[in-house]
Design a protein around this ligand. Structure first.
Ligand SMILES: [Zn+2]
Length: 448
């Protein structure tokens, strides 16, 4: 990739080029040869001619190139990046035992973490994604190293030290609820004097089977304590939900009093409402669970590539969208192999077609417009819900007021022997581009 190196003196500037973004969940807007203005790190809108008010802003001319919103990855496992693509032909349990658990255990070694997370961060800088919600491991020093590296990169992320005190391999199990909660408090304390601008903690119980009731109760206390101390800023939460049927049956045994899997989080006050929450997968969520998510504003991280590789099922995304449940896309590295959310968009369309063909004839496949929306504004809006400090807010749109995350794409080598509209060039870019097509990447108005 050949990022253009230039100093943008302030976060006030304008870009000129062919611009595309999602106006709504079902509608794309495109603008040929137009101006996109960044004012104090936020979009001031798209204009056919540069308005007088912005005439003094530096103009960066990307004529003939595409300008798109940055992409948001709502779900990935940082320690699994190192072995992505290995063992993809194994069945889930063998894959966990051979690759996932032994690799995650290595992060107790801070030097190993620094090496592995350094490779990950360099990779993410070059990717089309600008925002991330990330699982680290149970290890406090390694999690802080990851957060330091992400902060240095200029990318915006929420990162979680993982909690797991039961039903986990010995090498990855915290001794008991209090040990796990104490490590979480230690981690939050270590972050307090770091003054990150772009990196935020997110509570991360791995999933109900690996977290005892005592641990969930302790995490709820930590969450409430933070909410009280930093009001109105809430400590958000991420976890997994209803990925496969055996897991759901297991949760029913572990929490017989819960009405559904989601209710097992809700009973501990760790499921949306006041707490910005992301749940990954939701492949088998039933009516009761989906209604609970909608009423509490819980976000779903749809991970289509993981639906294929892990093969627990295909998530009913048409239902998520029709019900109005906030939904974004996740790479689920390393259940997914590719970090690019462009790839997640194309996989989301593909698996939704398979779902209609094989599982649910009455569920229409999702459209390109919907896939692009999920990968940009759908996931990017979570960063506005989380009430973050520093006037941080949602991204993924170029409407005025959204934080300015943008990609400039040189799609010249994706040309056709006939002329392509801006929308067709966008579709080509989503399906065919890679990191080498990215000419520039802006995050919160800063050139990465
Ligand atoms: Zn996951």
């Amino acid at each position: 990739m050949y990022f253009i190196v230039m100093e943008v003196a302030s976060q006030n500037f304008a870009l000129k080029g062919d611009i595309a973004y999602s106006k709504t969940q079902t509608r794309l807007e495109t603008f040929e040869n137009s101006y996109l203005v960044c004012e104090k790190g936020k979009s001031a809108g798209v204009f056919p001619r540069l308005p007088e008010a912005f005439a003094g802003f530096p103009l960066i001319d990307y004529t003939g190139r595409l300008i798109l919103p940055g992409l948001t990855d709502l779900h990935m496992h940082a320690p699994q990046f190192s072995f992505r693509s290995l063992g993809m032909d194994l069945e889930l349990l063998s894959w966990l035992e051979k690759h996932a658990f032994p690799e995650e255990a290595k992060y107790r070694d801070a030097e190993y973490a620094r090496l592995a997370y350094g490779l990950l961060t360099e990779h993410l800088k070059r990717s089309p994604n600008t925002r991330f919600c990330i699982f680290a491991t149970i290890h406090v020093p390694a999690t802080v190293i990851l957060m330091d590296l992400l902060e240095e990169s200029g990318l915006v992320s929420m990162v979680g030290k993982v909690n797991m005190d039961r039903n986990s391999p010995d090498i990855l199990r915290e001794a008991d609820a209090e040990t796990s909660a104490a490590a979480t408090r230690e981690w939050l304390t270590a972050l307090a004097d770091r003054n990150y601008k772009n990196t935020y903690p997110i509570l991360t119980p791995r999933f109900i089977p690996s977290c005892s009731d005592d641990l969930m109760a302790a995490l709820a206390r930590i969450q409430k304590h933070c909410a009280a101390a930093h009001s109105p800023r809430a400590l958000p939460l991420q976890s997994h939900l209803s990925e496969n049927q055996r897991e759901i049956a297991w949760v029913r045994e572990l929490c017989p009093e819960a009405g559904c899997y989601g209710d097992a989080y809700a009973r501990h006050d760790l499921f949306g409402a006041e707490i910005p929450t992301i749940m990954a997968h939701c492949v088998w969520s039933g009516e009761e669970e989906l209604r609970l998510m909608r009423s509490r504003g819980v976000y779903i991280a749809h991970c289509p590539q993981s639906n294929l590789n892990i093969s627990s099922g295909i998530a009913p995304v048409r239902r998520f969208l029709d019900m109005g449940i906030p939904t974004g896309l996740g790479s689920d590295v390393a259940g997914g192999v590719h970090t690019s959310i462009f790839r997640a968009m194309t996989d989301a369309i593909g698996v939704s077609k398979l779902r209609q063909c094989l599982v649910a004839k009455d569920e229409a496949p999702i459209t390109f417009e919907e896939a692009f929306w999920m990968g940009t504004l759908g996931g990017g809006s979570f960063f506005g819900k989380a009430g973050l400090p520093g006037n941080a807010g949602a991204t993924g749109s170029f409407d005025p007021g959204y934080e300015f995350d943008a990609l400039v794409i040189d799609d010249a080598d994706l040309a056709a022997p006939f002329s392509l509209s801006v929308e067709e060039r966008l579709r080509r870019t989503v399906y065919l581009s890679d990191d080498r097509h990215i000419v520039a990447k802006y995050v919160r108005g800063n050139l990465i």
